[in-house]
Each structure stands twice: as C-alpha cells, then as structure tokens.
Design a protein around this ligand. Structure first.
Ligand SMILES: [Zn+2]
Length: 88
C-alpha cells in the first residue's frame, strides 16, 4: 500500500528521506509540485502530498521503498533507473 508525505506531520514505518528529496530525480520538495489537481498521474487520494511512497525493484529481486514525486512515480523500473542514474 502506498502512503504519503505532505506538509502534515505524520509517523511512517518507512520514513520519508531526511533530505526531503525525491529518491529518483533528486529534486527537493520545495521544487516539486504536489499531487492532485490537473495532470495528476496517480489514481488515488494523494492530493497535497509531495512525495508518495512506492515500491521498486531497485536491484534485481530486491524490492525497497522509494519516495517519489509525481513525475517519477509513473515511471517503469527501466526509466526509473535511467533517470536516477542521470541525477547522481
Ligand atoms: Zn522525482
């Protein structure tokens, strides 16, 4: 199940990244558009959330939690790795 980070303070089992950056593109939450509204690619109630937790096969056969912005969360794993590599 997905969970979210927003401006509200909440406790998470997999806490959002301390640096408050998208784990894929590396942009800081202050530079990101929140989910919700026109063009929101994700079906679900993430309105107002900036990073949403999803799960990725980051290395083969290993799935881990990944906090991503609305631009990255829709990427497939191949595009995700490409984008992440570009940013690092
Ligand atoms: Zn991103």
């Amino acid at each position: 199940m997905w969970s979210r980070i927003s401006l509200e303070k909440t406790v998470h089992i997999n806490p959002p990244p301390r640096d408050e950056k998208c784990e894929c593109c590396g942009r800081h939450i202050k530079d990101l558009k929140p989910f919700g509204g026109r063009g929101d690619p994700v079906a679900g109630d993430f309105k107002g959330a900036i990073l949403v937790k999803t799960y990725r096969e980051t290395v083969p056969n290993q799935v881990s939690a990944s906090w991503e912005c609305r631009d990255c969360i829709v990427l497939n794993n191949a595009d995700y790795r490409r984008k992440k590599d570009d940013e690092e």
